[in-house]
Ligand binder design. Structure first.
Ligand SMILES: Cc1ncc(COP(=O)(O)O)c(C=O)c1O
Length: 401
């Protein structure tokens, strides 16, 4: 073991990852053997492989004998640019300067803070620059902020604010010292969606206070009613040149149900892309060439995405018909349900009903005011189709703590 003096102290600020905590929570507990287990813990889509995936992979196997480019092949970046233009009605996205391939968006959302935050800077208050993020959140934002040497600033998303990270609740002093903000829309875990006005207001603040907006739109193709707006679309409609200050992240893991492909996109402001690309040329998160070819095919096909969307919609409706206590989320495939004690509920659900759900507090942390906005909730992922979603609802309703 390296001595404390010689190892990275920032890591000590981070707790165990939510699924490690869940594993520990379940130690010594067993699922009810009378029921088949339903794993609604992880947001891992479990739909069949799209049929073009195997064909494209087989046609490109020779690519395994070459080093892949970290930026992504021309074929992939062009497919991504074309998808962004189609989906968000954009006039032009430049595949060469405004797009990068990601080896899954998780790594990109993490590394981006290391490219954009200045850990040497001391802000007016003597603190390190702020990285703003929702609370609860996809935990990668927190890991990124902490290891990049920033000060995480939490934006509580609660029932009272309809789960929106409130922009007008942030003091000017915080905005002035903000380096980047992560927005997750549709949100994991709450299902909240940023509307056009929200993104527009955020861009106004970004100009006024000089920070960057990072939009994690990995669930953009999973929604109940209408397709959620994208940050780039709003930036263009406001006449911003070259998506200035904006980066978006999207993934094939959710829309195409290809989490094992490890492929996503980064797109936006060419200067930020260039800076990020420089860091990535050292860290090297490249996706193998045959998999990049599958990714290009996946961004070019909407048929399978529509089929998946239908399954997710039916699952949300089936769950809430059976659960009948609250309303489905606007987007994502998660249900975010209020309970009294989330850890006690998760254990009871596991033991009584053979169901795995995640305590909401594991997706948040204690904020500046001493509150963890994930407490008092559990998250369930509807990733097994409508029948299992309805079954999950009935089993959760039957849990007694
Ligand atoms: C909000 C959010 N962003 C990003 C990701 C990362 O997805 P991937 O790395 O598979 O692209 C996930 C995965 O669960 C997520 O929930």
């Amino acid at each position: 073991m390296p001595s404390e003096k010689k190892s990275q102290p920032r890591l000590n600020q981070l707790g165990a990852y939510p699924f490690e905590r869940l594993k520990k929570l379940f130690e010594g507990h067993t699922p009810n053997p009378l029921f088949p287990h339903i794993d609604a813990g992880a947001g891992e889509p479990r739909l069949p492989l799209p049929d073009f995936a195997i064909k494209t992979l087989n046609q490109n196997l020779d690519g395994f004998s070459k080093y892949p480019s970290t930026r992504g092949s021309d074929v992939l970046r062009e497919a991504i640019a074309a998808w962004l233009m189609r989906r968000f009605n954009l006039k032009h996205v430049d595949a060469h300067t405004q797009v990068l391939s990601a080896n899954g968006t998780r790594e990109a959302l993490f590394t981006v803070a290391h490219a954009l935050v200045n850990p040497e800077a001391n802000c007016d208050n003597g603190k390190k620059p702020y990285v703003l993020m929702p609370n609860p959140m996809y935990q990668i934002y927190l890991g990124a902020a902490v290891t990049a040497g920033a000060t995480p600033y939490l934006m509580p998303c609660t029932k009272e604010n309809a789960f929106a990270p409130e922009l007008d609740a942030i003091p000017d002093e915080v905005w002035e010292n903000t380096s980047i903000i992560y927005v997750c829309s549709p949100s994991n875990p709450t299902g909240w969606i940023a509307d056009v006005d929200y993104y527009a207001r955020l861009l106004e603040l970004a100009d006024r206070h000089d920070f960057y907006v990072l939009a994690d739109e990995c669930y953009s193709e999973i929604y109940l009613e209408k397709p959620p707006p994208g940050l780039l679309e709003v930036a263009e409609s406001l006449g911003r040149k070259g998506f200035s200050r904006c980066l978006v992240f999207n993934s094939l893991s959710k829309r195409s149900a290809l989490p094992g492909l490890r492929s996503g996109l980064i797109a936006g402001d060419a200067e930020l892309i260039q800076r990020f690309s420089k860091l990535r040329s050292y860290s090297g998160p490249a996706t193998p060439i045959p998999l990049q070819m599958v990714a290009a095919a996946a961004w070019s096909d909407e048929k399978h995405v529509q089929q998946h969307l239908e399954v997710y919609r039916q699952s949300l409706v089936a769950f809430f018909d059976a659960y009948d206590q609250s309303r489905p989320p606007a987007g994502s495939f998660f249900v975010w349900l209020p309970v009294d004690d989330e850890e006690a509920f998760a254990i009871a659900a596991y033991e009584q009903q053979a169901v795995t759900v995640l305590p909401g507090s594991y997706l948040g942390i204690v904020d500046q005011k001493g509150h963890n906005a994930g407490s008092g909730y559990i998250r369930g992922a509807l990733v097994d189709g409508p029948e299992k979603a309805a079954e999950l609802a009935l089993r959760l309703k039957a849990v007694r703590v």
